[in-house]
Write a protein that binds this ligand. Structure first.
Ligand code: ADP
Length: 790
């Protein structure tokens, strides 16, 4: 048989190799060794390490291991460049971003080949997905640069941003970090991951070619220690990190109390839900993309298949057949599906986790297909016979391994999908649009794809819920994390609070003449403090004006439980929430005189103005409740992305000591308007305005559990709240030490935090605080991708 006849007979693929030569030539032009790119110039290579080709194990180039001094030099260059870069007009910055986009496009094949060589991903992906998305990101953000001032009035860039990225999408993650930072007017020091530095270095050359002013972009290569040096550098204003949840938590702890801005895009274990009425063949193709795209080394990989029991057997059979047709091979071969994992250590890690899966009772299926000899290759794998508690179901594997479970009802699918500490993405397959759109809002994830998967676009925010991190990349939300209000830079330390008079030595003395101790307010009922103790409340002259309960850990536990039971507040209609906030305002108005007198009693100040301000604030956020909402994006794909503004969850609030009523209401109102149930610790010194507020809550139709109030020692209760896994976000007005403690203690479940760090945030300032400042912090955006149009 001649060759052509044989090909027809077997229908085997022939090799379709892309040449590595242009990328190898580029490396050779640098003598195979790279320094850092600092202040627009290349440093002399210092101590170096090898960047290897994972498909062959061969060294591609030597890359410098950045020291703390290198980082310092880069930060100094970025700081020096910041002044003039941030002073450029938006149009000027836009032109640079546009030039970068054009140059990335012009050299896209070189980028794609270099990326596949260094990372092991199939050229099909780097050529058709990674690099085009990089160019799109710079184009899109050129526009944001120009329109920044109109779209973000009163906002200024942070300054110098430290950016640390992983190895799974080396150039794309760089683009996601650098494009918005530069568009907003920041300068950057970026560290690529140690396995994949080369395209970042090629990008540095693009910056040179684009004539970007020196010091605006600095690239320092190195390992985790180099990343640590960036995080620890005192002259960095904001850290943006993408990588593992463990390192993300370490960075959260390291930045606590520093005032550095922080955005984290971390791990995931995203559910891929297939209902019985799904188009099964499409769902299988989607699944191939969800879990075997980039060898499964994708933070939002659809790595947990949840398939309806009625179609489970058929679906798994078809899936196995499809897996047996996947081709694993040379990343530079245009006809392969799966390339090499990034490094031997990752292969080991994936194997160990799979072994763990087997030990815990899972059954592993790997198709009988060829693997290239040598290199970091793994077969696609499917693990069945697993349950939610299994390691392979709970842990991110970050490799080509899918775990599969079944469900019976949509409710069960939602429960399984949300049974994870992560919340990055989710996929839903169903031909029933009603079902799909009913499930989407119930999934706790930053991105939901309906009848599709792994759609990304620069105009659509991407980022996680829960331990998948906070902050968004892409879209308007993504720009928002690189900007802050101009006035924040000028905040002065808060005036020192007057010390409370000492507690009487004999607790019995405190109670003289007072016949009523204010209780806690938990789950819509007044509750005695668990401790059985109360604390005296003194007026300005040291006179006893009342007593409040001494809240403890158990009161907090009960309050959090009640708040979690009230999470339905977030799905009640915004109109309904607005009505209730208006009603609160109205009922406070009825009791104006009484509340004013109580304020005077505690602080000595005339209280009417504060009550009026609190009423106005309730009105303001009643007004916002049904207006601060999302957008519909039109990405260049056959889909729309509905950017839904959702509450974060249970919010803990530590109110300021001053302004016993307004201080609490100013924080409570935006949290409630956006649908978050709250556990509030009112002013420690003057808690009685908020314990009086129970009656206003009770007469205003606020559902039980939506507002819970625990009085007591603010710092002690702050710690308990920050450590509690049932709290999703925490706002704390407090001194620097308490703020630092709150940020550190919130690491456990990566709460979103806002702290005043001892600075004078004057919450009575209407201009600053009756708008989006707290609304933004009370919400997170979920992007729901829906097929749309032909
Ligand atoms: P992955 O699991 O994706 O490899 P890592 O979180 O380990 O993710 O790495 C992501 C990036 O964070 C890399 O650039 C790595 O060098 C860097 N890194 C690792 N450890 C630290 C650390 N302690 N502080 C700062 N950066 C770190």
């Amino acid at each position: 048989m001649n060759k052509i006849a044989k090909i027809f007979e077997t229908l085997e693929y022939g090799p379709a190799p892309e040449s590595a030569q242009p990328a190898l030539d580029w490396i050779k032009a640098h003598d195979g060794v790279f320094g850092h790119f600092i202040n627009g110039a290349w440093t002399k290579p210092g101590k170096t390490f090898s960047s290897d080709n994972p498909a062959t194990g061969e060294s591609l180039a030597q890359v410098s291991d950045g020291s703390a001094e290198d980082v310092d030099k880069a930060v100094k260059a970025a700081r020096a460049a910041f002044k003039s870069w941030s002073a450029l007009s938006g149009y000027e910055r836009a032109k640079y971003l546009y030039a970068i986009a054009r140059l990335v496009q012009k050299h896209s094949r070189l980028f794609a080949v270099l990326e596949s060589l260094d990372n092991g991903k199939p050229i099909r992906e780097s050529r058709d997905i990674d690099i085009p998305l990089v160019a799109r990101h710079f184009y899109h953000h050129a526009g944001w640069a120009q329109h920044r001032d109109r779209e973000f009035p009163g906002a200024v860039p942070y300054g110098v941003c430290g950016q640390i990225i992983p190895w799974n999408f080396p150039l794309l993650m760089l683009a996601w970090k650098i494009a918005p930072a530069l568009a907003a007017g920041n300068t950057v020091v970026l560290k690529p991951a140690e396995f994949t530095s080369l395209t970042a270095l090629l990008f540095a050359e693009i910056c040179e070619k684009a004539g970007l002013p020196k010091g605006v972009v600095n690239i320092v290569t190195g390992f985790g220690e180099t990343g640590q040096a960036i995080v620890a550098h005192p002259d960095i204003d904001k850290i943006a990190f993408t990588g593992s949840t463990d390192v993300g938590k370490a960075i959260r702890a390291a930045t606590a109390g520093t005032g550095k801005g922080l955005s984290l895009e971390l791990g995931g274990k995203s559910p891929y839900i297939v209902f019985e009425d799904a188009d099964i063949d499409s769902a299988i193709e989607g699944l191939v993309d969800a879990i075997w795209f980039n060898q499964g080394q994708v933070c939002c990989a659809g790595s947990r298949l949840l398939v309806q029991e009625s179609i489970e057997e058929r679906f798994i059979r078809k899936l196995k057949l499809r897996m047996s047709k996947l081709r694993v091979g040379d990343p530079l071969d245009k006809a392969i599906d799966i390339g090499a994992l990034v490094a031997p250590v990752q292969v080991e890690r994936v194997r160990e986790l799979m072994q763990r899966g087997v030990e815990e009772g899972g059954s592993v299926y790997e198709p009988d297909i060829d693997l290239p000899a040598g290199g970091c290759f793994l077969k696609p794998a499917l693990i069945t016979d697993v349950s939610p508690a299994n390691t392979v179901v709970a842990e991110e594997i970050f490799g080509p391994v899918l775990v599969a479970m079944s469900f019976r009802t949509p409710e069960e699918a939602v429960a399984l999908a949300n049974n994870t500490r992560y919340g990055l993405a989710a996929t839903i397959w169903s031909e029933n649009i009603n079902l799909a759109l009913d499930i989407a809002p119930k999934i706790k994830a930053g991105v939901v794809w309906i009848n599709g998967t792994n759609n990304f676009d620069a105009a659509v925010g991407f980022g996680g819920y829960k331990e998948s991190g906070f902050g968004r990349e892409g879209g308007k939300e993504g720009m928002g994390v690189y900007l802050k209000p101009a006035w924040e830079k000028d905040l002065k330390p808060a005036p020192a609070a007057k010390a409370s008079p000492a507690k009487p030595a004999n607790p019995l003395d405190a109670s003289q003449g007072i016949d009523q101790t204010a209780k806690m307010y938990i789950g819509g009922k007044q509750a005695r403090p668990d401790s059985g103790y109360s604390r005296p409340v003194f007026g300005p002259a040291g006179n006893l004006v009342g007593e409040a309960g001494e809240g403890n850990r158990k009161d907090i536990r009960n309050a959090v439980e009640a708040a979690r039971a009230a999470l339905g507040w977030g799905t009640s209609s915004a109109h309904n929430r607005a009505q209730i906030l208006y009603f609160l305002a109205e009922n406070l108005q009825y009791r104006r005189a009484e509340f004013a007198a109580r304020i005077k009693e505690q602080t000595g100040e005339k209280g009417e103005a504060e009550v009026d301000a609190a009423i106005e604030r309730l009105f303001a956020f009643a007004g916002w409740a049904d207006k601060y909402d999302g957008a519909v994006h039109n990405p260049p794909l056959r889909a729309i992305a509905a950017a839904m503004v959702e509450p974060i969850g249970v919010l803990a609030i530590l109110a300021p000591q001053a302004r016993p009523l307004l201080g609490s209401v100013a924080l409570l109102a935006p949290a409630l308007a956006m649908g978050n149930p709250v556990v509030l610790v009112p002013s420690e010194k003057s808690p009685l305005s908020m314990t009086d507020f129970y009656q206003v809550l009770e007469t205003s139709d606020v559902p039980s559990g939506v507002v819970n109030i625990v009085t007591g020692d603010s710092a002690v209760l702050a710690k308990t709240l920050a450590e509690h896994d049932g709290i999703d976000a925490i706002w704390c007005v407090g001194d620097a030490a308490t703020s630092t403690m709150v940020e550190k203690a919130s690491v456990g479940n990566l709460k979103q935090t806002w702290t005043s760090r001892g600075l004078n945030y004057d919450l009575s300032d209407t201009e600053k605080f009756d708008g989006d400042y707290f609304l933004r912090r009370a919400t997170q955006v979920k992007n729901v991708w829906v097929p749309y149009g032909a």
